[in-house]
Design a protein around this ligand. Structure first.
Ligand code: UD1
Length: 357
């Protein structure tokens, strides 16, 4: 087998998780070299370095330090930085993950520089272009060469757009980590039934009235709520609801990956607008009430494990109150082998390209 250089571009918290699983799979094949580029979109220890440490991801070979900015400027800085890296490294293929500004910027830069690209988590759609992540999904899938989609739904969505070549259903990559090994947790969770809550999507943080509905719902739930606070949400609360306080709500800094799993696993319910936590809750068979009007993880809702409530106090409370445990769980999001499937397909694709050169 030939030697190949794979270059991953990541920048935000959920991508470090996906990268961790991919790196483990890539490292199993000695003929593959893996170069890691961090865009710097996330930079706080809790949002970035902690994930590299606890998921034992090698330190990135490059950090573009784009930081927080208007999304257009963030993407422009990311693309500019990547051109130099791509020219220097000349990878055989560039791997992009998920749907962040870093994902779309890397996919566009790769296409414009004529490099082959693989999109890990392709094909997911939320059907609303006002969602920043939806635009990133569409841009990335418009230019990628290989589509690694976690679900059959993703494959169908791609088919509808005429994308039928080089589409592979692999299962969700981040779930590989949960199948692999779960370390002992060092945190203690409440003994009584509690709710684990996260909220950071633009629809909820850019509209303080939506966030207010979510905070009111948390307050009205007669149970302890552990609220893991994203820095973006923290800023909005400090600006608009600085005197907000609820006796039942404990605010914590964003936890690492393993502590998040512990909070989810022992919770009675999860309230979240995070795609990652929606699927992790499903994996742990814990119901998630989705603080958004749609989700790309539609299977979790169809099976009755998760419920879409949106940023609406009464709908959230109703969803918690009316939820009934389904008697079916198909485990449809992944079997822990996504990373190896992706690596195998990438090698096959590159071998074919080599033969045809
Ligand atoms: C980004 C992704 C989102 C993903 C999320 C995970 C996009 C469009 N969105 O959203 O899909 O679910 O990451 O967290 O790319 N901030 C800090 N420290 C940090 C990072 C961010 O304080 O290390 C604050 C800044 O005020 C920044 C804000 O959070 O402006 C938003 O950060 P940004 O990376 O633009 O988007 P996220 O909301 O994190």
């Amino acid at each position: 087998m030939s030697h190949y250089k794979l270059l991953s571009v990541v920048g935000a918290r959920p991508q470090f998780i996906k990268l961790a699983a991919m790196h483990r799979a890539i490292a199993k094949i000695p003929t593959l070299k893996h170069v890691i580029v961090h865009s710097g979109q996330h930079y706080d220890f809790e949002m970035s370095d902690r994930f590299f440490e606890e998921l034992t991801i090698p330190k990135p070979n490059y950090n573009l330090e784009i930081g927080s900015d208007h999304p257009v400027l963030q993407m422009a800085k990311c693309m500019t930085g990547l051109v130099d890296v791509f020219v220097k490294e000349k990878p055989d293929i560039i791997l992009v993950y998920g749907d962040t500004n870093t994902t779309a910027a890397a996919a566009i830069a790769a296409a414009k520089c004529n490099f082959k690209t693989a999109h890990i988590e392709a094909g997911l759609r939320e059907w609303d272009k006002s969602i920043p992540e939806e635009v990133n999904k569409l841009l990335t899938d418009a230019v990628t060469d290989l589509y690694f989609t976690p679900t059959e739904t993703g494959k169908i969505n791609l088919e509808k757009e005429g994308k039928t070549q080089n589409v592979f259903v692999t299962g969700d990559i981040s779930l590989d980590l949960l199948y692999d090994y779960t370390p002992e947790s060092k945190i203690s969770v409440p003994e009584e039934p509690y709710i684990f809550m996260t909220c950071h999507r633009a629809v909820n943080t850019d509209n303080p009235q939506n966030l207010k509905q979510i905070l009111l719902a948390a307050e009205a739930i007669a149970k302890p709520v552990i609220f893991a606070l994203h820095p973006r949400t923290k800023k909005v609360i400090e600006t608009h609801f600085s005197d907000w306080h609820a006796d039942n709500v404990t605010i914590i800094d964003p936890p690492g990956f393993w502590d998040t799993q512990t909070y989810i696993k022992h919770a009675e319910f999860v309230l979240t607008d995070s795609g990652g936590i929606i699927k992790e809750a499903y994996f742990h068979k814990v119901p998630a009430v989705i603080l958004d009007k749609q989700t790309e993880w539609v299977e979790t809702v169809q099976e009755g494990w998760n419920v879409i409530a949106g940023p609406d106090k009464n709908a959230i409370l109703r969803a918690v109150h009316n939820w009934k445990r389904p008697d079916y769980h198909s485990n449809c999001l992944g079997d822990g082998k996504a990373g190896m499937r992706i690596v195998e397909q990438i090698i096959q694709y590159l071998e074919k390209l080599n033969i045809n050169k």
